[in-house]
Design a protein around this ligand. Structure first.
Ligand SMILES: [Zn+2]
Length: 60
C-alpha cells in the first residue's frame, strides 16, 4: 500500500506507518513540524520510531 511521504515538514522520506491525532502531542514534543489540521499522519520509519517513544514517555 502506498502511504506517500512522511508528514514531518522537510523530511520527504517514504511513510511506513500512518498514525492518528493522539500522536500529535508526541510530534510536537519532539519539535517535529507537521500540518496540525490533518486527521492522520503518515510517518517514515525514523519518525514513527521517535514518535512512538515520545508518546510512551508522555503517557507515563
Ligand atoms: Zn520522516
Amino acid at each position: 500500500m502506498e502511504l506517500g511521504e512522511c508528514s514531518v515538514i522537510g523530511c520527504g522520506e517514504p511513510a511506513v506507518k500512518v498514525v492518528g491525532r493522539r500522536y500529535l502531542p508526541a510530534l510536537q514534543a519532539l519539535k517535529l513540524r507537521v500540518n496540525p489540521r490533518v486527521r492522520e499522519f503518515p510517518l517514515c520509519k525514523k519518525h514513527y520510531k521517535m514518535a512512538r517513544e515520545a508518546l510512551k514517555e508522555l503517557s507515563r
